[in-house]
Design a protein. Structure first.
Length: 139
């Protein structure tokens, strides 16, 4: 069995964003030479997310609105976590809802997606560099 590991660094200047990272993950899969196996992609920061869904701007807007209703950024003083000097308690909660990682089957050297599926990085507390881990195992 082979194993491939790569870190991708993200630098999102805005507080929140959704970025399609499918092309980068596909490049890693090609570089790995693995034809059958599993591909893990996970956010290595507790205020960022990785998830699978449709690459449709209306859906991304709806996520933004929905997440802000679930865990609004303001008022910052409304969160106990922010009493530590942080202002990102909402980002931790948004990450919890959207998830830490995804696993995609690798079949015949390609990511084995269903219709419309793509991999996204979700940023909820941007303005600094963060990393993603891509780990591919198989043959």
């Amino acid at each position: 069995m082979k194993s491939y590991r790569k870190e991708l660094w993200m630098d999102i200047p805005t507080r929140r964003a959704f970025l399609n990272i499918t092309p980068e993950v596909q490049q890693c899969l090609q570089a790995s030479g693995i034809r059958e196996g599993l591909c893990l992609v996970n956010a290595m920061h507790i205020t960022a997310s990785v998830f699978i869904n449709d690459d449709e701007s209306g859906l991304h807007h709806d996520y933004e609105v929905w997440l802000e209703k679930l865990a609004p950024h303001e008022p910052v003083r409304g969160y106990h976590h922010n009493r530590t000097g942080e202002d990102n308690a909402d980002a931790h909660m948004k990450r919890q809802v959207m998830g830490r990682e995804v696993v995609v089957a690798v079949t015949e050297g390609r990511l084995d997606f269903g219709p419309w599926e793509q991999i996204f990085y979700g940023e909820f507390d941007g303005g600094r560099r963060k990393r993603l881990l891509i780990k591919i195992i198989g043959e």
